[in-house]
Design a protein around this ligand. Structure first.
Ligand SMILES: [Zn+2]
Length: 495
């Protein structure tokens, strides 16, 4: 190639592509890609193959060389994303988004979403360099645009965001970049080359913009011939812009224990066909103030077991866990947590909480661990349906001699609509009755059972579906009036 052709070629290349993309394609050292444009230009001057030096070396200063590298429009490979003047505005968008929301975070992880059009321009530039520089390209394996962009943003983020960057950071900062002019017609054209039928998401509003997935564009690109690609991509391009910045805090978990003193309050919202049956629930009384205090978008509430709407939860309370989604606050000190407890406990006399604590993700599984094995203590007010015989009274007094009684429980009739029919084995570890001095038919039953035992069914027998039942043990018909959970024996929240 003579000098004139080399100069011409260089002019065309530098008009289409930014210096970083030229470097990427012509396989210069990766490290140079991260320098600023002046340094890259200087490097080009020093290391360009001889035939190109005529073009660059003609400029006796870096400024002149820069001038010579000045392009019209944006880069036809990276759509301007790798140009230095694009990077600071990205930081500004992130800092602005952070200042609008009061996230409390010590670590963060950036995520970048680049325009899908880069795929097409990536292919275009690959073909361009392979064709025009076949005489000098020994291998052609340019570093990925996204990798270079990440590396370029790194020092800018470190300087601009005064927190630790960490791949497991608690705050996800998602930067979405757009290239507006090629978003519609350009992509529609490329996408039309795809053989696969479009799959429409029925939930999508009709007049919403169509989405061009990466997979669809990649598949369509296989059917683009060189002249179509050349025609599509040889257009004037404006630089990319920041579409938006999304911030999302990883889940924050709050553990604690609750007591329930009402026989008319369900544990979770009681909805039948979408319609609320009772005013509130334990879940809502506890979670709403916590959600507010942590500034979370939403929450998930879970507990170690559950009690029926008419059963009270007494003693040390039932362990619960709240997963807070996208919380603005991630830490609370003991005083703040006590304040939240007071707020919850001040709402009414039906629910109270204690031992609130922010727990780690790894501790969360302890709530469900050993759920089957752990023991629960109950107290129940029971009665003989008919005046008890002396034999039944004597058996009642002997109940305390029973230990580890095995029950066979068929799924109770009252829960058959939501649980599969099965016969399960459960243990009553200890049992004791206290007679009521005023009424010979009424007695209080104290029992400790394996978790998951249906206590009401154990008392009345559920039409023979639980054996033995308390009635079987007493040779009498008995029923349950009131039930309270006295304790759920689980170390929670973890220390
Ligand atoms: Zn570029």
């Amino acid at each position: 190639m003579n000098n004139t052709d080399a100069v011409k070629r260089w002019e065309e290349t530098s008009n289409k592509f930014c210096v970083r993309c030229v470097l990427r394609h012509l396989c210069f050292d990766w490290i140079w890609v991260l320098r600023n444009e002046s340094e890259i230009t200087e490097h080009l001057k020093e290391t360009f193959p001889e035939f190109l030096q005529h073009a660059v070396a003609g400029a006796d200063s870096i400024d002149n060389a820069n001038h010579q590298l000045k392009r019209q429009g944006s880069c036809h490979c990276c759509l301007g994303i790798l140009e230095s003047n694009f990077l600071q505005p990205c930081l500004k968008h992130i800092v602005d988004a952070l200042s609008k929301e009061s996230y409390q975070f010590a670590t963060y992880q950036p995520q970048y979403f680049l325009p899908v059009q880069l795929q097409v321009f990536g292919l275009y530039s690959m073909k361009y360099f392979e064709e025009k520089y076949s005489d000098v390209l020994k291998k052609h394996n340019p570093t990925d645009v996204k990798e270079v962009f990440k590396a370029l943003m790194e020092p800018i983020l470190i300087e601009g965001i005064n927190q630790e960057r960490d791949p497991n950071g608690v705050l996800e900062i998602s930067l979405h970049l757009k290239h507006v002019s090629t978003e519609t017609n350009f992509l529609t054209h490329v996408s039309s080359k795809c053989n696969e039928k479009k799959t429409f998401n029925r939930k999508r509003p009709k007049n919403d913009e169509p989405t061009f997935t990466l997979a669809r564009i990649r598949s369509a690109m296989l059917n683009l011939n060189d002249s179509e690609l050349e025609k599509l991509c040889s257009i004037d391009l404006e630089p990319s812009v920041v579409g938006n910045v999304q911030l999302f805090h990883t889940a924050v978990f709050v553990g604690g224990r609750y007591n329930k003193y009402s026989r008319e309050l369900p544990q979770t919202p009681w909805l039948v066909e979408g319609e609320r049956k009772l005013v509130s629930s334990v879940q809502e009384y506890i979670s709403t103030p916590i959600q507010k205090a942590f500034g979370a978008d939403s929450y998930n509430f879970s507990t170690s077991g559950r009690e029926d709407v008419d059963v009270r939860m007494l003693g040390n309370g039932r362990p619960f866990l709240i997963e807070l989604i996208n919380a603005r606050q991630s830490k609370m000190d003991a005083t703040q947590l006590t304040e939240i407890s007071h707020q919850i406990n001040g709402q009414n006399n039906d629910v109270s909480v204690h031992s609130l604590k922010v727990v780690s993700k790894s501790d969360c599984k302890k709530l469900k661990e050993g759920e089957e094995e752990k023991t629960k203590s109950y107290s129940a007010v029971c009665c003989f349906i008919y005046p008890p015989s002396p034999d039944s009274i004597s058996k009642l007094e002997d109940l305390s001699k029973i230990t580890n009684l095995e029950l066979k429980q068929k799924t109770p009739i009252r829960v058959l609509h939501r649980r599969p029919l099965a016969t399960r084995s459960r243990y009553v570890h200890a049992i004791k009755a206290e007679r009521n001095s005023n009424d010979s038919r009424v007695f209080k039953l104290l029992l400790s059972t394996q978790a998951g035992t249906y206590v009401k069914e154990f008392v009345h027998g559920d039409f023979g579906r639980t054996t033995p039942s308390l009635g079987d043990l007493l040779s009498a018909e008995v029923d349950i009036i009131d039930l309270d959970v006295e304790s759920v024996n689980l170390q929670w929240p973890p220390t």
